[in-house]
Design a protein around this ligand. Structure first.
Ligand SMILES: [Zn+2]
Length: 207
């Protein structure tokens, strides 16, 4: 499977209407967790974040919020920020605009947020524009560092190295609070928090 661990500048230029990172010289990282809430992975993430007083953004799948509403409530009560990641984890390139937007609307009924992240990072210009409009008022958040935690062929050590070698002040880093990613997430997240805390970084949610 091919993917960029560091988002190329050209991609950022082609989609200037998305947020890829935050311009800052301050030592701040924006950790994001996609595809939850999950009853095993999410509580682990919350517990690790708490140890460092770290805040993060959770791009939740609507269906998972419905199935694991207690876990979702815990994310909110711990002071983190929720984001919309569609209701059924749809690929915008392979879905009609109507169906895609309806699915996001469905997720918006249970996830109260102004932030959106397209599953697989795949969204059309038309869909982006629709989400920016009056009806949705959603900001689309991409990323500049992909941990690769979803990649079953990646060793936990290399997942960790992806993040510590690529993240810089203002980076938006992607993890997944899912069972599939858990073997790598479980190894990487505590070490990333430790490494960047020692360097004087803070972890904040996107707003
Ligand atoms: Zn996803």
């Amino acid at each position: 499977m091919f993917y960029f661990t560091k988002t190329p500048w050209l991609l950022k230029k082609l989609y200037p209407e998305c947020i890829w990172d935050v311009k800052t010289d301050e030592k701040i990282l924006y950790l994001t967790f996609d595809d939850g809430p999950n009853p095993q992975a999410t509580p682990f993430v919350l517990q690790e974040l708490k140890k460092y007083n770290a805040k993060a953004t959770f791009f939740c799948i609507g269906k998972n919020v419905k199935e694991n509403f207690d876990v979702y409530k815990q994310i909110i009560s711990d002071g983190h920020k929720p984001g919309n990641h569609t209701y059924n984890h749809l690929n915008g390139w392979k879905t009609t605009d109507k169906k895609y937007l309806e699915d996001i609307r469905l997720a918006a009924n249970i996830i109260d947020t102004e932030l959106f992240r397209p599953p697989y990072g795949k969204i059309t210009k038309f869909q982006l524009k629709a989400l920016q409009g009056e009806k949705f008022k959603l900001k689309t958040i991409m990323w500049d560092v992909l941990s690769g935690d979803f990649d079953e062929k990646l060793t936990p050590e290399n997942c960790y190295l992806n993040v510590i070698n690529k993240a810089k002040p203002g980076s938006v880093v992607v993890f997944h609070d899912s069972l599939k990613a858990f073997p790598r997430l479980e190894y990487t997240l505590p070490r990333v928090l430790e490494f960047f805390s020692q360097k004087g970084y803070q972890f904040k949610f996107l707003s």
